[in-house]
Design a protein around this ligand. Structure first.
Ligand code: FNR
Ligand code: LAC
Length: 353
């Protein structure tokens, strides 16, 4: 496979489909119910238009930014996604190597195929740790202290999974992930016997999530707490009240509540609600460099990708993930030059038609 002949990240989807077990592919690809939100995340970006400014004397641009304390060369991070060995034996460690090469931030999932320490070993760029609570709180406490010791810069609490979404495509393509794919961070007790990934997650995560968890976490760790899965101004206000350090506007890639709006369409109301007090990021449907500019214009400090890098990983391991980041970086630089901005801070609402 000549990765240099791939020019759009969408192209990796078919390569991944061919490379993966059909059941694992369905788990990765799928959304909830009718997959309306899954499709809408991408369709919504296609409705925005940019206003180019010309004759700006630009010959180069700076794509650098910061996310909390982390310095990145690219405002495109790797969203937390579970069980990377379903895509490739090198899993999260391959993703870490590619992310490091591009100076991109990686969020490592609680349900990773390699331990958080192994991923830290492979990484040269900044890492954050995504947290799902475990029904056994001592497992969660252990994960948080291990993440701190391994140098993770923030805890990303995923708040949009009261229970895994109703994932029709996953159910229809029922498959049992082999035990060697993980999760690697803790021992899965006998009570959590599962047949699908969603079932495993549902059994381990437990239920009854409430805002008090944010306070509990705050007591437990000095690390910044990022809430992932905020979709309304009301919840953004509550997140501020409960001391969140940053938010990720996300509908979990259309995998939770189908008929949620596209994340890009609610970014504005969340940004408005936080009034610049904390950083706001976005994921869902980012597939090209101009998507990043649109998100930035609407107030997202950075964006994250999920499926695009999973497809790259499945198709060609670390090189595939690197090619995905390379394409997005090239498109972003091109977009900035043609939009007429030298740095990301120059992108404003005025750049939207
Ligand atoms: C996810 N996502 C996710 N989120 C999270 O907080 N913890 C997790 O373990 C996972 N696992 C996961 C697995 C797979 C296969 C996918 C596709 C997604 C959601 C992810 O972080 C992100 O919100 C979306 O993937 C973003 O949408 P796109 O980029 O896939 O359109
Ligand atoms: C998923 C869970 C693991 O989306 O977050 O599959």
């Amino acid at each position: 496979m000549d990765l240099e002949q791939i020019f759009a990240v969408d192209e990796f989807e078919e390569l991944a489909r061919a490379a993966m077990d059909p059941g694992a592919f369905a788990y990765y690809y799928g959304g909830a119910e009718q997959e309306i939100t899954l499709r809408e995340n991408i369709a919504a970006f296609d409705r925005y238009r940019l206003r180019p400014r010309v004759l700006r004397g630009l010959s180069e641009v700076d794509t650098g930014s910061t996310l909390l304390d982390a310095e990145v060369s690219l405002p495109i991070g790797l969203a937390p996604t579970a069980l990377h060995k379903l895509a490739h034996p090198d899993g999260e460690c391959a993703v870490a190597r590619a992310a490091g090469k591009y100076g991109a931030l990686q969020i490592v999932a609680t349900y990773s195929s390699y331990t958080l320490e192994e991923v830290a070993e492979a990484a040269s760029g900044p890492l954050w740790f995504q947290l799902y609570m475990n029904a056994d709180r001592s497992i969660t406490e252990d994960l948080i202290s291990r993440a701190g010791e391994a140098g993770y810069g923030a805890i990303v609490l995923t708040v949009d999974l009261a229970t895994p979404g109703y994932r029709t495509r996953e159910y229809r393509n029922w498959f049992v992930p082999p035990p060697e794919v993980g999760p690697a961070n803790f021992t899965v007790g006998e009570g959590a016997i599962h047949s699908s990934v969603s079932e495993l997650v549902a059994n381990l995560t437990g239920d009854g999530y409430s805002w008090s968890i944010v306070e509990w976490l705050r007591e437990l760790t000095e690390l910044p707490i990022v809430l992932k899965g905020i979709m309304t101004a009301e919840d953004a206000a509550l997140a501020l009240e409960h001391g969140a350090d940053a938010l990720i506007v996300s509908n979990h890639g259309g995998r939770q509540l189908d008929r949620s709006p596209a994340s890009i369409d609610v970014l504005g109301e969340v940004v408005e609600a936080v009034e610049g007090q904390i950083e706001v990021y976005l994921d869902g449907g980012i597939r090209r460099g101009t998507d990043v500019l649109i998100a930035r214009a609407l107030g997202a400090r950075a964006v994250f990708i999920g499926r695009p890098y999973l497809w790259g990983l499945a198709a060609a391991g670390a090189d595939g993930v690197a090619r995905v980041l390379d394409i997005l970086q090239t498109q972003l630089v091109n977009g900035m030059l043609n939009l007429g901005v030298a740095s990301l801070d120059e992108v404003t609402r005025e750049h939207l038609a």
